[in-house]
Design a protein around this ligand. Sequence first.
Ligand code: ADP
Length: 368
Amino acid sequence: MAELHLTSSDIRDALRTVKDPDLGKDLVTLNMVKDVRIVGSAVTVGIELTTPACPMKDVIRKDIERAIAEQAKRVGASAPKITVEFTAQVRVAATKSASNPLPQVKHVIAVGAGKGGVGKSTVSVNLAVGLARMGARVGLLDGDIYGPSAPTMLGLDELTGAIRNEMLIPFEVHGIRAITIGKLVDPDKALIWRGPMAHGAFKQLALQTEWGELDYLIVDLPPGTGDVPLTLAQLLPLSGAVVVCTPQRVAQDDARRAVRMFQQLGVHVLGVVENMSYFVGDDGKTYDIFGRGGAEIMARTMNLPYLGAIPIHMDLRRNSDEGTPLKNWQGNPTLASELDGVCSRVASQISIATIQGGLIQPTLSVTG
Ligand code: ADP
């Protein structure tokens, strides 16, 4: 008797039972199945993730393999050899406004903090570089016009800015595109801006930069609850904001105010990152210097996603001072995996917000 093989409709039925764990819907409904090829008992499934930073790849692969194998048993087909191929395409919410001044940028993400010194710029830089390492197209707007950190943290000192057709050309460094006021004004001069000037300076940086096509534009905001977040919220359709907080009680109080500010501005808060969460000594022991977990508790009590912890790490400080952020992923497995965790969780939250805010048209292209 001839062997019975799975058909494309069997595969489709199987994939309807596999959910994206973050997005909570099945792969067919989410229009993530881009290709199904069947050659004898060999089945190849092409899945398009909603971000290259998807942390759920392995879970999705296993669930697909299990669902297809079960389907084969159910219909009495021979055991299939299953290959899952991933691609990624960052999606845009269907509700995104048509009058968007940055149509080539899929998502603008603000990074804010209740006060200075908690590591907001550190998180912005590493979020940008980390997402780019995972394959996303990323820009960084150093919007901290009062105290720009990007020239140092990205090592821009030796570079000169360029202008083309009255547009600023961003610096292409460490796999990202970056712009900062720190390269446009005398860095040793105190940057004092009156309200309208701050508005103007920020607006110019955001809108008069030739960003090109970007999946994510990370905006490092000035600390606190001043003019710039307001300008940003009015100027650009923000996909959401990340709030950076250190674990101490006083820091949480400030961060809570930052969260409330975003909420008042109608900006979706993607979650809270706990920076300087803990310290690992040379002896391998973990020290909870500032009381690890404080920001996580704050996030939970405010009903916000917790986006992960970044340890206090000497290399992180050194690489920031030396403008070599990619080194954070070299020779520091704990630091690298914590940074990747934060990047993936932010990307997931963006995907979740996009899917919830937009309409998904289920379509399936099947060959074989
Ligand atoms: P903010 O933008 O909130 O003012 P920064 O990102 O500029 O804060 O960080 C302040 C200082 O602390 C910088 O020198 C930075 O390198 C250092 N720093 C921030 N986070 C860490 C960390 N997790 N481990 C070590 N140093 C850190």
